[in-house]
Design a protein. Structure first.
Length: 288
């Protein structure tokens, strides 16, 4: 019931923000910025020159190639030179997996082609940790995807209150973050596939988080609690070989939200007969 209420609340916030306080850009623009291959898409709107638009026109954007600098920071080569841009409404995440995931997402969006940039307010700037300065704003990919909202929906963002009219989007971003938490529990960094358990001779799957449910090719294991330095141990009624090749393993929390492995809500075991372990963020064969 609590999850249902949270989901309804999130939808309500999104709906309210999409219906109120927003402006649709007029077509009167002399900008020569090219339109994107797809329309700009946003759930929460875009703060541009102090106003909230849903969405702004592509022709009003500054356009240029973009590259990853940090989980909430990119660099764009614009007409007037290189510009550091902090993504509006996003803070720097504490977890390493979020930074790593954000790098992958931003690089994928950047690979679509020249991105579109909208400054939040005309006088909006930020001092970075290294003493440099940048501006705060919104970036869209060449295919019309919001960098900020994509990061939030994939679970790699840290939503935070921001300056430069950040209050116009903060509630909606928080609602998006809450929605994401219903399906994404975090990153799976500790995992061991043991095809033949020492005690039962059958499959045992160790994972880092406590109290999780492990599902192998649709079959749910029995959680035996922690052990061997892992938070959870799931036991199965067959040895690992019985599951064949390219075995799909899902690890979910008590609410049913999945733990991610390299951005996916499952792990694929190449050979069910072989021991595998996550080492340094990558699944690899494991020898005793």
């Amino acid at each position: 019931m609590k999850q249902t209420r949270l989901f309804i609340t999130a939808l309500a916030v999104l709906n309210v923000l999409s219906l109120t306080g927003c402006t649709k850009e007029s077509d009167d623009s002399n900008s020569s910025a090219p339109a994107t291959a797809g329309e700009l898409r946003t759930d929460c709107g875009t703060v541009f020159n102090g106003q909230l638009y849903t969405p702004p026109k592509a022709s009003k954007a500054q356009v240029g190639p973009v590259r990853f600098i940090g989980a909430n920071l990119v660099s764009m080569k614009l007409k007037d030179g290189e510009q550091l841009i902090k993504l509006h409404g996003l803070g720097a995440p504490y977890e390493d997996y979020k930074t790593s995931g954000a790098r992958t997402v931003i690089n994928e969006l950047a690979a679509e082609g020249d991105a579109l940039f909208y400054i939040a307010t005309a006088d909006c700037s930020v001092t970075l940790n290294d003493g440099g300065t940048g501006v705060i704003g919104h970036v869209f990919s060449a295919q019309g995807k919001s960098f900020s909202e994509t990061l939030i929906k994939k679970g790699y963002a840290q939503v935070s209150s921001d300056t430069c009219q950040g209050s116009l989007i903060s509630a909606c971003y928080s609602a998006l973050e809450d929605q994401t938490a219903q399906t994404i529990a975090g990153e799976l960094t500790e995992f061991l596939w043991k095809p033949v358990s020492d005690s039962t001779g059958k499959l045992a799957v160790h994972s880092g988080p406590y109290g999780v449910t492990v599902i192998v090719n649709g079959e749910t294991g029995t959680n035996q609690g922690g052990g061997n330095g892992f938070g959870s141990l799931a036991r199965f009624n067959k040895p690992g070989c019985a599951y064949g090749a390219n075995v799909k393993v899902k690890v979910v929390n008590e609410s049913g939200a999945a733990y991610l492995y390299q951005g996916q809500p499952f792990i694929t075991i190449p050979n069910g007969c072989q021991r595998y372990k996550i080492k340094g963020g990558t699944l690899a064969p494991d020898k005793k």
